[in-house]
Design a protein around this ligand. Structure first.
Ligand code: KG4
Length: 338
């Protein structure tokens, strides 16, 4: 094993560490933070404190499961942004300290590049990876983007949301239904038992490849408000139909722009990534769409859709091969595009 990369992810509320050797994943450990559940969202200060508690045992476990001694590491890759500054500071400081202590290079990773490059995480040498160029639909709690990926470092955003992200649409609508945070997985579960045509929520009419989800959210709210006036049990009685119709609307919006982007770029491969790509309806719709179009679909395993260090390690591996290292005076950033 020549190139052994430790990846560290701490951008939001998951502390994760992973080891990739010569491009193959040896371990991926994730500690999620239950502390936020009772607040209905991530509390930044609590997140950074939990990262501080988790980071040493998580890195330790990743090395142990990989069967790697820290002296064997070739480089330390870490998420520099975008994300919560306090959370990012924990991973950044830890990565710098480890890199200095071991005298190995430090590699900074853009979290969004990590999501896009998660399709290159291989556990076996013959696992299939996308061919360049491909189109990636990145859909998470903070982003909804269509990205043309020409190489690990050449990515161009050709469409983005002008208001809410797809995950926010799931989470905000779920919240008004009284579902726990994050609501996306609950909507997914309920939608399986509901009628996707029971309600018709608004679809945006935005030209080009940009997304919008705020009109859908408003029409969802109005439906609830109008029905609750006469039927206080409306949400409880119709929650499966509401979830199924909401999910159908989000898929419709996502797939409409994806289809336009495929026609505009002429790519032969489509990949999806980010938390919302864990959604069963989204996964099936993208797979069906690609089958009909005769193009290849890359749908990540669910454990690589949400935040994880395996994607940081693989993005770091590509930069390491290019000798693209990070100076020690680099600081985390809260916001950035691709
Ligand atoms: O990529 P991610 O873990 O990080 C952030 O961007 O924060 O994405 C989290 C988002 C949340 O909005 C969550 O509700 C959504 O992904 N999500 C889902 C599902 N699993 C996670 N949305 C719909 N269906 C799911 N199964």
């Amino acid at each position: 094993m020549d190139n052994i990369i430790l990846g560290i992810e701490s951008s939001c509320d998951d502390t994760s560490a992973a080891v990739i050797a010569d491009g193959l994943l040896l371990s991926n450990v994730i500690a999620s933070q239950g502390v936020h559940e009772e607040y209905g969202g991530v509390v930044p200060e609590l997140a950074s404190r939990a990262h501080q508690q988790n980071i040493v045992p998580v890195v330790d476990a990743a090395l142990r499961r990989a069967g790697i001694d820290r002296k064997q590491l070739s480089a330390i890759a870490f998420t520099r942004g975008p994300g919560l500054i306090g959370s990012l500071l924990v991973g950044t400081s830890f990565a710098k300290g480890l890199s200095l202590g071991l005298r190995v290079p430090l590699v900074d990773v853009n979290h969004l590049h990590g999501h896009v490059l998660s399709h290159f995480i291989r556990e076996k040498a013959d696992d299939e990876v996308p061919e360049f160029p491909f189109l990636c639909m990145l859909v998470s709690g903070g982003n909804s983007q269509l990205i043309v990926v020409r190489s690990p470092k050449d990515m161009e955003i050709i469409g983005r949301t002008i208001d809410d992200a797809a995950g926010e649409a799931f989470d905000k609508c779920a919240k008004v239904m009284g579902l726990p945070y994050p609501g996306g997985p609950h909507i997914d579960r309920l939608a399986a038992e509901g009628d996707p045509e029971a309600f018709r929520f608004a679809r945006p009419r935005i030209p080009g490849l940009d997304y919008s989800f705020s009109g859908l959210k408003t029409s969802f709210l109005y439906t609830l408000r109008d029905n609750l006036r006469t039927d206080p049990d409306f949400v409880e009685r119709r929650k499966a139909d509401l979830a199924a119709s909401l999910q159908a609307a989000i898929i419709d919006i996502l797939l409409g722009k994806l289809s336009k982007a495929v026609d505009a770029t002429g790519v032969a491969t489509v990949a999806i990534g980010g938390g919302v790509s864990a959604n069963s309806g989204v996964r099936n719709a993208v797979a069906d769409f690609c089958r009909q179009k005769g193009i290849k679909a890359f749908i990540p395993e669910r454990r690589f859709t949400t935040d994880n260090a395996a994607m940081v390690a693989i993005a770091g591996y590509f930069k390491y091969l290019d000798r693209d290292f990070c100076p020690y005076d680099s600081v985390p950033y809260a916001r950035v595009e691709i």
